[in-house]
Design a protein around this ligand. Structure first.
Ligand code: KG4
Ligand code: ZN
Length: 336
């Protein structure tokens, strides 16, 4: 049987990435060119800077990915690309490159939702079993997604304000940690204690939504108040307290959602899914309270933005005959 080879593109934010995926489940290449160092000095991603970097990197990434995969252009089956959500200028670079590549090589073009990509990163661990629930936690999103079938996504709960990763990055600024702060705060948290007992928003409410802006404000107020009275707070304890609050809320709501929907598998994905505290707590709590449920975490290396996950999601979309033509445009506010 002919192998299915997808050339996948991702450029929604600050990573330019091109991957080659075999049969939707095997990574032959996953080239990721990160721009983080260019954005660090601004404390966040500068859209115009991001677009320029993508333009510089994209063709280099295509060449590298094909070379690394030992795949010739004429062996490819299709091209998949993130067309949203994300920064419009950044998305346009990937979309334009993918369209041009598909047109020049007479290949079908598969439009992929970035968030579906994050979910399908879990496919590289094991097959997804339906109905499934995905806990998607990233820099721009925090949502619980119910998937009754393959390629069907229903948001059952989401953040009312900040995304989890956004909260990490914002309190990171207060602690003097450079962007993106999530990984460093995660490491700091493991050296501290939850001694501040920050609020756990909406945890007892009868819905699957989240809110992190109250926690962020409580954190900032605590640090500013200490500054005013010239008191120095322990950074590790601050990080541990913040992280424990985030994890408590996310884990409780997720377990409740899993209990309410008859699902077979829970998927943890998105940039914040790299958080060790969250990965471990969710695994422990599930094992204790819902042992029948299969739990799959996106591989650590595939939690952040990358094109491999877009290739995996693209493969599924292709099976469902989801294709685009040359009129495909970037959709910065794309929803499921
Ligand atoms: O999915 P992603 O790479 O980009 C978006 O699509 O948003 O997520 C990036 C986010 C950043 O906010 C970053 O601080 C956070 O993921 N992050 C973490 C960890 N690693 C990355 N947050 C908490 N703990 C981590 N270990
Ligand atoms: Zn992402």
């Amino acid at each position: 049987e002919k192998r299915n080879l997808i050339l996948a593109f991702e450029s929604s934010c600050d990573e330019t990435s091109v991957a080659v995926i075999e049969n939707g489940e095997k990574i032959l290449a996953n080239v990721v060119a990160t721009q983080i160092n260019s954005h660090k000095r601004f404390g966040g991603v500068v859209p115009e800077v991001a677009s320029r970097h993508h333009i510089e990197q994209i063709t280099i990434c295509i060449d590298e990915a094909l070379q690394e995969a030992h795949v010739q252009t004429q062996e490819l089956s299709a091209v998949a690309v993130t067309y949203g959500p994300g920064l419009v200028g950044a998305l346009l670079v990937g979309v334009s490159a993918a369209k041009a590549f598909a047109y020049a090589n007479d290949l079908p073009l598969i439009p992929v939702n970035h968030m579906a990509g994050h979910i399908y990163a879990a496919r590289f661990v094991k097959p997804i079993v339906f109905p499934a629930m995905a806990l998607l936690v990233s820099g721009g999103h925090t949502e619980l997604v119910y998937m009754p079938y393959e390629n069907e996504f229903q948001i059952i709960g989401e953040t009312r304000d900040d995304a989890a990763g956004e909260a990490y990055d914002k309190i990171g600024r207060v602690l003097g940690i450079s962007y993106p702060a999530g990984k460093t705060i995660d490491e700091l948290a493991h050296q501290g204690q939850d001694s501040f007992h920050f609020p756990r928003a909406m945890v007892h409410e009868d819905n699957f939504d989240f809110s992190f802006s109250g926690l962020k404000s409580a954190f900032i107020n605590t640090v500013h108040h200490a500054d005013q009275i010239h008191e120095t707070l322990n950074k590790a304890d601050l990080a541990a307290s913040f992280q424990q609050s985030v994890i408590d809320v996310i884990v409780k709501k997720t377990l409740w959602a899993c209990d309410q929907f008859a699902i077979k598998q829970l998927i943890l994905a998105g940039g914040v899914a790299a958080n060790h505290g969250l990965r471990d707590t969710l695994a422990t709590e599930l094992a204790a309270k819902q042992p029948q449920l299969d739990f799959v975490k996106a591989p650590l290396k595939l939690c952040g933005d990358n094109a491999a996950m877009i290739g995996a999601a693209g493969y599924v979309a292709m099976k469902h005959h989801v294709f685009a033509d040359a009129s495909l445009n970037a959709a910065p506010s794309l929803e499921f």
